[in-house]
Write a new protein. Structure first.
Length: 607
C-alpha cells in the first residue's frame, strides 16, 4: 500500500495547484498546443490579406522559429524522426512569407533539405496542399466536386454523409476548386523547388482550375449554395464552426468570391483568432480551437473527485461558468437526429453550433452535485443527459459529434486518413467514456438493453492483444482506459475475459519505472508503439484502468502510483489526437487532471 499521509499530501498539493490556475470567471484558460501548423497557416493568411499588425506577426514568426529542431525540421512529437513533413513545409513557407527569413538562411537550407528528404510537397498532407493552392503556390484540387452540395440527403452518398468537421473544411475548398484564387500575394514564396517529379497522375488531373471570367449558371448556383452553407455556420465571434483551419479556408474562399480583404466577415474572423491566441514561453501561439469548456469541466470534476466540496467557491464558480454554455438551439447534429431537444456542450466557449458527446458528459460530471441542490441546474443536466442518450449510433457505440455518420462509401474517397477525418463513426474512447458516465452518474447497468448493445460493440472492437484504439487520445492506452472504466462502471464482471485480456495487455507494457508511455506514431502505424519513457497522462490512464479492475492494490499498481508521484516522468509529450500525422495536442491541463483523478480513485477505493 502507498503511505496514506504521503498520498493525501500529494493530492492536496495537486488540488492547490489547480485552484491557483482558475480565472475569476470560474474557467481555466490553458493551452491545447497543436504544434506550429496553425501558427504557420495564420502567417500565410495574414500576409495574403496584407494585415497590418506587424508586431503580432513577428511574435508568431518568433514562436515558429523557436520550435525548429537542430536538424532543420519541425516535429509533432519528440520521437518523430527526422520530423514532420507537413509541419516543416508549412513552417518553412510561413517564415519565407513573413519576410523575416530568406531561402539562403542556414536554418531555411536545413529545412529545405529535410522537406526534400521526406518527399517534398508531393507527400504533404492534403490540408497543407489546400493552403498552398489557396495561395496559388501549388496545383491541387479536393476530389469532392462543388455539385455535391445539390445531392439530396436521401441519396446513398451525399454531402451530409461527411462528418460536420469535414464539411466545414471541405466547403471552402470546394469553392477554391471551382474559382481561381486571388493572384498570389507578393509575400508568397515560389516553392517549385520543393516539388519532386511525380507519377501521381490523379493529382495532376485534378489540378485544373477554370477561369473565373465565365462560370456556368449551374456552377454559379452551386457556388452560391456552398457560400450560404459556410455563412450560416459562422460563429458569433466570426470563426467558422470555431475551427481555426476551417476559418482560414473560409477567408480564402471569400476572397476567391470577390469579397474584399476589408470585409467585416474576414476582419472579424482574424480578430477572433488573434484574441484566442494563447501564450507559450512569452510568445503568441495559435490553437485550432481553445479547449476552455473541456479543460474547465475536467478540472472541476477532478477537484470534486479529490474531495473538494461542491460549495467551495472554486467549484461553485466553475459550475456557474459551465452552465452558461449549454447549447439551446438545434444545429447540424439534428440533421441525423431531428427529434430530440438540444442540450449539449461544445469544446470552446465561443462554440455555439457544434456540441459533442465527450464535452457534454464531462460537463454533466462536473455539475452533477450542484444539480442535486438546484432545480434549474437539474433541468439543464437532464436535457444534457437526454441529448447524450439520443446520440447513440445504431451499432451501439457513440460518435463525437453526429449520429450514424459512418457511410462506408466516404471511406473510398482518395483522401489521406479519410476515415479519421471525414467520418464520425463510433469510437472506443467515446463509447467507453459515455458508459462510465452513464454507469456512475445515472446508474444504468449491463441489464439495460441499450447499454448491452454498447457493451457488445466494445467487445467486438477489442484488438487481438486486448487493447482498444482511442481516436481522440494517444492512443491504445487511451482507448483501453476508456473501455475498461466504462465496462466496469456498467457492471461488467471484472473476471470477464474481455477485461482480463485488457488488464494483461496493460501490465505487459508497463515500464521499468512503473509508468506507461506510448508514441504518437501508434496512430499512424495502427498498432501500439512503445515510448522509451513514461508520460504523466498515459501513466494515470493505465493506473485508473487497473484500479477500476482490482479490489485491492497490486504491486504493479503501487509501483505505478509511486512513479506518478515521482514528478520525474514526461509532462510535455502530446497525448491528445486531432488527426494522425497532422495534429497532436499537448493539453496543458492533462498533467493536472488525470494524475489527480487517479490518485483520488486510489484513495477512494483502497482507504
Amino acid at each position: 500500500m502507498i503511505d496514506k499521509n504521503r498520498l493525501l499530501k500529494e493530492i492536496q498539493k495537486r488540488v492547490q495547484v489547480i485552484k491557483e490556475k482558475q480565472s475569476e470567471n470560474g474557467a481555466w484558460y490553458l493551452c491545447s498546443d497543436p504544434g506550429v501548423l496553425y501558427d504557420s497557416f495564420f502567417v500565410m493568411t495574414l500576409r495574403a490579406i496584407d494585415h497590418s499588425d506587424e508586431a503580432f506577426i513577428q511574435d508568431i514568426v518568433e514562436y515558429i522559429y523557436t520550435q525548429q529542431d537542430d536538424n532543420g525540421a519541425w516535429k509533432l512529437y519528440e520521437d518523430e524522426n527526422p520530423g514532420n513533413l507537413t509541419s516543416t513545409l508549412s513552417a518553412y513557407n510561413a517564415l519565407l512569407s513573413s519576410g523575416y527569413f530568406k531561402q539562403t538562411d542556414e536554418n531555411m537550407k536545413k529545412a529545405e533539405k529535410q522537406i526534400l528528404s521526406m518527399g517534398g510537397i508531393n507527400n504533404a498532407h492534403f490540408l497543407a496542399k489546400a493552403m498552398l493552392a489557396a495561395n496559388s503556390q501549388y496545383k491541387w484540387c479536393l476530389p469532392v466536386p462543388i455539385y455535391s452540395i445539390f445531392i439530396p440527403q436521401t441519396f446513398p452518398l451525399n454531402f451530409f454523409d461527411l462528418s460536420c468537421y469535414a464539411r466545414v473544411h471541405f466547403a471552402p475548398m470546394m469553392i477554391l476548386n471551382t474559382v481561381k484564387p486571388p493572384v498570389r500575394a507578393e509575400s508568397s514564396p515560389d516553392l517549385s523547388h520543393l516539388i519532386l517529379p511525380s507519377s501521381n497522375v490523379k493529382e495532376t488531373l485534378l489540378s485544373y482550375r477554370p477561369s473565373r471570367k465565365f462560370i456556368h449558371p449551374i456552377k454559379r448556383s452551386a457556388l452560391s449554395k456552398t457560400e450560404k452553407y459556410i455563412l450560416e455556420r459562422i460563429e458569433p465571434d466570426g470563426t467558422l464552426y470555431n475551427y481555426t483551419l476551417a476559418t482560414f479556408l473560409m477567408i480564402y474562399s471569400l476572397l476567391a468570391l470577390n469579397h474584399d480583404p476589408s470585409d467585416p466577415l474576414i476582419l472579424n474572423a482574424i480578430s477572433s483568432i488573434k484574441a484566442n491566441a494563447c501564450q507559450l514561453n512569452g510568445l503568441k501561439h495559435i490553437e485550432n480551437a481553445p479547449s476552455t469548456i473541456w479543460d474547465t469541466a475536467l478540472l472541476s470534476y477532478s477537484l470534486q473527485e479529490a474531495g473538494v466540496l461542491r460549495d467551495d467557491p472554486v467549484i461553485d464558480q466553475s459550475v456557474n461558468y459551465l452552465i452558461r454554455y449549454q447549447q439551446t438551439e438545434k444545429s447540424d447534429w439534428a440533421i441525423h437526429n431531428p427529434n430530440i431537444a438540444p442540450g449539449g456542450w461544445g469544446f470552446s466557449e465561443n462554440n455555439t453550433k457544434n456540441p459533442d458527446i465527450d464535452d457534454t458528459t464531462a460537463v454533466l460530471r462536473a455539475i452533477y452535485l450542484q444539480s442535486k441542490q438546484n432545480p434549474n441546474i437539474m433541468n439543464q443536466w437532464q436535457r444534457g443527459l437526454h441529448w447524450v442518450l439520443s446520440m447513440q449510433n445504431d451499432d451501439g457505440g457513440w460518435p463525437a459529434f453526429e449520429k450514424n455518420v459512418d457511410n462506408f462509401l466516404i471511406g473510398k474517397l482518395p483522401i489521406q486518413y479519410v476515415k479519421e477525418g471525414a467520418l464520425d463513426a463510433s469510437s472506443a474512447d467515446l463509447t467507453g467514456r459515455t458508459l462510465e458516465f452513464l454507469g456512475n452518474y445515472v446508474h444504468y447497468t449491463k441489464d439495460d438493453l441499450f447499454i448491452q448493445k454498447a457493451i457488445e460493440w466494445l467487445k467486438k472492437e477489442q484488438e487481438m492483444d486486448g487493447s482498444w484504439y482511442g481516436k481522440w487520445g494517444v492512443c491504445y492506452i487511451y482507448g483501453t482506459w476508456a473501455a475498461i472504466t466504462g465496462l466496469c462502471a456498467v457492471g461488467v464482471d471484472k473476471d470477464d475475459p474481455t477485461i482480463q485480456k485488457a488488464k494483461n495487455w496493460l501490465l505487459s507494457i508497463q515500464q521499468q519505472d512503473g509508468g506507461w508511455g506510448e508514441s504518437c506514431s501508434s496512430t499512424i502505424r495502427r498498432r501500439y508503439t512503445h515510448l522509451p519513457y513514461s508520460t504523466i497522462t498515459q501513466t494515470a490512464w493505465a493506473l485508473d484502468s487497473l484500479i477500476a479492475i482490482h479490489d485491492y492494490p497490486t504491486d504493479e499498481i503501487n509501483k505505478g502510483i509511486d512513479c506518478l508521484m515521482s514528478h520525474t516522468i514526461n509532462y510535455t509529450y502530446p497525448t491528445g489526437t486531432g488527426f494522425p500525422n497532422l495534429t497532436y495536442f499537448h493539453y496543458h491541463s492533462y498533467s493536472d487532471i488525470f494524475p489527480l483523478l487517479t490518485l483520488s480513485h486510489y484513495y477512494q477505493k483502497y482507504y
